[in-house]
Design a protein around this ligand. Structure first.
Ligand SMILES: NC(=O)c1ccc[n+]([C@@H]2O[C@H](COP(=O)([O-])OP(=O)(O)OC[C@H]3O[C@@H](n4cnc5c(N)ncnc54)[C@H](OP(=O)(O)O)[C@@H]3O)[C@@H](O)[C@H]2O)c1
Length: 249
């Protein structure tokens, strides 16, 4: 399969990976609806390419997402590709557990996707086609230090993507899961620990587009970090706990 999208809706498009993805898709002639909360940043992005339209809203509100989705369709027509990418990262040690940060992470990283799926799935089922990419993380494979707020949300997204792929392919909908390793964006700028194999956001966006075009299920990069974390996933739990425990800063 080589996908030919006429339209794409990207959440979390004001900065980082989502912004690069919007620019690269628009450069290929795709009409892009770019969503996030930052109205000014989205307006800047729309000025960079006339094929990009800013459709700002907060993904944590089901009503705002429903209204935002209607504005997206008005602006770019039926959505061929949706990349549900909005996310927040709150580093949090379990010894300083903060329920508000954990809740906020669930609201944006998981429920933000859930809210977007509600209008997308019926529209794509009635069209008999469409592609949905859920952006999770390699941090969703297993528990990791400082990830008590973040990683469980990404594990949930990985599981959700699997179920959607299983059930929606018979309706002509391609579901993909994007699991990036470290990418140099505002999200990772707060990190004070080494980030092995970190890549630039334009590289991440290009890798995503290549995988999505092929209709791949999992698009994970860079391979070195993916291999290390997938190894942790298949190790017996006792061994994984011993190794991952040594990663504690
Ligand atoms: N960077 C990495 O190393 C890395 C690794 C693995 C996975 N990821 C995932 O990749 C995705 C993109 O991350 P990034 O690195 O590009 O981060 P980023 O530059 O911080 O971008 C996050 C995007 O999400 C949007 N967002 C946050 N809260 C929102 C809300 N409530 N409603 C709507 N939009 C919201 C932000 O826009 P506003 O603030 O304007 O709303 C921004 O556009 C995230 O899901 C992240 O978890 C990133």
């Amino acid at each position: 399969m080589v996908a030919h999208w006429r339209s794409a809706w990207i959440t979390g498009a004001s900065t980082g990976i989502g912004r690069e993805l919007a620019l690269q898709l628009a450069a290929r002639g795709v009409k892009v609806a770019a969503s996030a909360r930052s109205v000014d940043k989205l307006a800047d992005l729309a000025r960079a390419d006339s094929r990009i339209v800013a459709v700002p809203f907060d993904v944590t509100s089901l009503d705002d997402v429903a209204a935002g989705y209607r504005r997206v369709v008005d602006a770019i027509g039926p959505v061929d590709l949706a990349v549900l990418n909005a996310g927040v990262w709150h580093p949090m040690k379990s010894s300083a557990y903060d329920a508000r940060l954990a809740t906020r992470s669930i609201e944006v990283n998981y429920l933000g996707i859930v809210n977007a799926l509600e209008p997308l799935i019926p529209a794509m089922i009635s069209a008999g086609r469409g592609q949905i990419a859920l952006v999770a993380s390699v941090a969703g494979y297993r528990g990791l230090p400082q990830s008590a707020a973040y990683a469980p949300t990404k594990a949930a997204v990985i599981n959700l993507a699997e179920t959607l792929r299983l059930e929606l392919s018979r309706h002509g909908i391609v579901v993909s899961l994007v699991n990036p390793g470290f990418v140099e964006t505002p999200m990772t700028a707060v990190n004070d620990f080494p980030m092995p194999f970190i890549i630039k956001p334009d590289d991440a966006a290009a890798r995503m587009i290549r995988g999505l075009e092929k209709g791949k299920f999992e698009i994970a990069f860079p391979w070195q970090l993916v291999a290390m974390l997938k190894l942790l996933r298949i190790l017996p739990t006792g061994l994984y706990l011993r190794i991952a425990g040594r990663l504690e800063p």
